[in-house]
Design a protein around this ligand. Structure first.
Ligand code: KIV
Length: 271
């Protein structure tokens, strides 16, 4: 039966997202930053929302996510949590606020107290101890691999990651170690579709792709891209407002296309 977007009836838990992976049912994620959009996501049945540090670029006008502060993240997590009582809310820990496990614990506590249900951190095997530290203390963690924007200067730009065998193997190994450490979800950003599919099959945690093809357990897009607000949109994003003409319609069409597997298609995928 085709998916029809409908309001979430009860709060989405991490267990429900894990069950959806087991059942092969894709879930919808949107990165957004304010109460009205958060409320619309709840009405559209968006299972998970991410208060991403992309807000540095999409809302605050910076060139990267690096200048984003804890105070800015907390301000936006609180707004999203006020607008949405049903989606699972993830909050990013910004640049250098989780350089040590102890620092991660202090800052993740603040994000959770602002209303998030999970924190997201960028990086590979070096975060194993941090993931254990947080999850052992009751803070669920979403890991983030591939193009991790906080490392943009290390990568020399916003570049697809994992096209060569060595880097692909590294990302695969990082994913396995973070899964083993207890991470609950994994964002895969800008990696070839084949690699994302391999990782999704190898790990128990659900994967959320952005520029990672159609083989992940879920998709995430930034609300500004969905609504055509980005001046130079990345190849993997899609302006759903163009074909629908209004904001609720754009969000619904995105949700429908993720559920049916129509998005992402070849044109929005890296190989
Ligand atoms: O900050 C963000 O919005 C993100 C997504 C693009 C995955 O990390």
């Amino acid at each position: 039966m085709p998916y029809a977007p409908a309001a979430l009836e009860k709060p989405v838990t991490i267990n429900r997202l894990h069950k959806m992976k087991m059942d092969g049912e894709k879930f919808i994620t949107v990165a957004l930053y304010d109460a009205p959009m958060a409320a619309m996501a709840q009405k559209t049945g968006v299972e998970a929302v991410l208060v991403g540090d992309s807000l540095g670029m999409t809302v605050l006008g910076y060139d990267s996510t690096i200048p984003v502060t804890m105070e800015q993240m907390i301000y936006h997590v609180e707004a999203v949590a006020r607008g949405n009582k049903k989606s699972l809310i993830m909050g990013d820990l910004p640049f250098m606020t989780y350089a040590t496990p102890e620092q991660a614990l202090t800052n993740a506590t603040r994000i959770m107290q602002a209303g998030a249900h999970m924190v997201k951190i960028e990086g590979g095997a070096w975060l194993v101890e941090t993931v254990k530290m947080l999850t052992d203390r009751g803070i669920p963690v979403c890991a983030h691999l591939g193009l991790t924007p906080q490392s943009v200067h290390k990568f020399g730009g916003f570049r697809v990651q994992g096209r060569d065998e060595a880097r692909a193997g590294e990302i695969l190994d990082d994913a396995a170690q973070l899964d083993e450490a207890g991470a609950g979800l994994l964002v895969l950003e800008c990696v070839p579709a084949g690699l994302a599919r391999r990782i999704t099959q190898a790990v128990s945690m659900p994967t959320i792709g952005i520029g990672a093809g159609d083989g992940t357990d879920a998709q995430v897009l930034v609300i500004n891209d969905i609504l055509g607000l980005t001046e130079q949109p990345p190849k993997f994003s899609k302006n759903f407002l163009q074909e629908t003409g209004n904001i609720p319609g754009a969000l619904s069409k995105y949700a429908e296309d993720v559920k049916s597997g129509a998005f992402p298609d070849e044109a929005h995928t890296f190989s």
